[in-house]
Design a binder for this molecule. Structure first.
Ligand code: GAL
Length: 415
């Protein structure tokens, strides 16, 4: 039996040795709301448990536009963070700059190719090598409703756009805000893409908003989408401009508003507020989109560093993000579902179970579509320009749907 002081010394030496290889890494993300912050903390604790240190570089602003602006300035000044929340086609854009670290060694050791759906793995690779690690699968085409508010107004949660406007009229008469909305361009765009999917269908959505087909962008269907989209604004409140998305979710939580069209990071807010799915709130596919799934996959890219301890910490971060334990605790808090295949959904609620089922079913049926509003579908320049054109149309009553179509078609050519 080793004397006590010897044991402690041995432990101290062991942890000192471990710490000698402990690296501190700075991680850029924009998860600052209630649910997001809890999920981000799960990531930080996971890294710290492996002996490394997390330097938080949170840039507030839902949807990440501010975070991406800050990231660009940091990289241009030669001071890139160790890791950054970078998603979709932006991964390829950053990889083309030659600044991202190759993660193939971790991917091979952890068998990512067997654990990720091909639609996900492809987005994380550049020229066949992993340059980003996926965290989750968010579903964007959700409608979040407060059932007590709907019951009081004597209407049911809508499944079609006709039902939506009938319910919205009744809710307005009942004196509640029918639609909780935050007037920021990415939120307008999130509503727009849900209307496009519900009114136009998946084939139209793919042609117009993924392939940016000029004819589809200026079609009668697009005009109908824009007209329906603008009608939604009549059911938002006059304090919507500039409101953060999670404050709109709070309106539904408190019963001041009846529903919110938002991705399932909104569920993270209900859960963080102690609300029970199916009782205090319900999730429903955005009107007309029950057989479709708009995906938004959060991911982290690692920037090339020289310091060996930091590189070790980066690789540990990538490994841990795809590990089952993290995949469960993070997604339970974030409102998304695990991106790692084969995970047990036992601890997840019915909204998440529905999401997981629909993710698989829509992938097989061809109705799994990338979210243009959340950086999954088109190059970032086109996404940004279209997002601005859509918000201009939402914000002004002087622009017709036809004029908006012309602006969107021009914006789609941005590169
Ligand atoms: C999305 C992001 C989500 C969520 C949302 C609101 O773009 O992928 O994780 O945080 O923004 O900020």
């Amino acid at each position: 039996m080793m004397p006590m002081n010897k044991t402690l010394t041995t432990l101290a030496l062991a942890s000192a040795a471990a710490l000698a290889h402990a690296g501190e890494i700075e991680v850029l993300h924009w998860w600052t709301s209630g649910g997001e912050a809890k999920a981000a903390t799960a990531l930080k604790l996971t890294l710290q448990k492996s002996g490394h240190r997390w330097r938080d570089f949170a840039v507030a602003g839902g949807g990440g536009d501010s975070a991406m602006t800050v990231l660009k300035s940091r990289v241009v000044s030669g001071n890139a963070p160790a890791a950054a929340q970078i998603k979709g086609p932006s991964i390829q854009e950053w990889a083309r700059e030659g600044v991202l670290a190759n993660m193939d060694d971790v991917a091979r050791a952890e068998k990512w190719n067997e654990l990720l759906p091909p639609v996900v793995a492809d987005v994380m690779k550049y020229k066949g090598s992993y340059v980003a690690v996926p965290v989750n699968v968010h579903r964007v085409n959700w409608l979040w409703a407060n059932p007590a508010v709907f019951a009081k107004a004597g209407v049911k949660v809508p499944t079609t756009w006709d039902e939506f406007f009938t319910a919205a009229d009744a809710l307005k008469k009942a004196g509640v805000v029918p639609v909780a909305h935050g007037g920021q361009n990415w939120q307008d765009f999130t509503t727009f893409e849900a209307v496009a999917l519900g009114v136009g269908g998946t084939d139209f959505y793919k042609k117009a908003l993924v392939q940016l087909d000029p004819a589809a962008l200026k079609s009668p269907t697009m005009e109908k989408v824009l007209t329906t989209f603008k009608r939604v604004k009549d059911y938002t409140d006059r304090n919507a401009p500039g409101r953060d998305w999670n404050l709109a979710t709070a309106m539904v939580i408190k019963g001041e508003a009846a529903m919110q069209i938002m991705g399932d990071w909104a569920k993270g807010e209900f859960i963080a507020a102690g609300k029970v799915p199916g009782k205090d709130f319900v999730c429903a596919p955005a009107p007309g989109t029950a057989r479709a799934f708009t995906f938004n996959i959060d991911s982290f890219a690692l920037f090339q560093l020289k310091d060996a301890d930091k590189v070790a910490a980066q690789k540990e971060l990538a490994k841990q993000i795809m590990a089952p334990e993290f995949q469960e605790v993070f997604n339970l808090n974030k409102g998304s579902i695990p991106v790692r295949m084969g995970m047990s959904m036992d601890k997840f609620d019915d909204c998440a179970k529905q999401s997981a089922k629909d993710f698989g079913d829509t992938a097989k049926a061809g109705s799994l579509v990338p979210s243009i509003a959340h950086g999954m579908a088109v190059p970032s320049a086109a996404e940004g320009a279209i997002k601005d054109a859509v918000s201009q149309f939402w914000n002004t009553d002087k622009m017709s749907a036809r004029e908006a179509m012309d602006k969107i078609a021009v914006a789609a050519r941005s590169r």
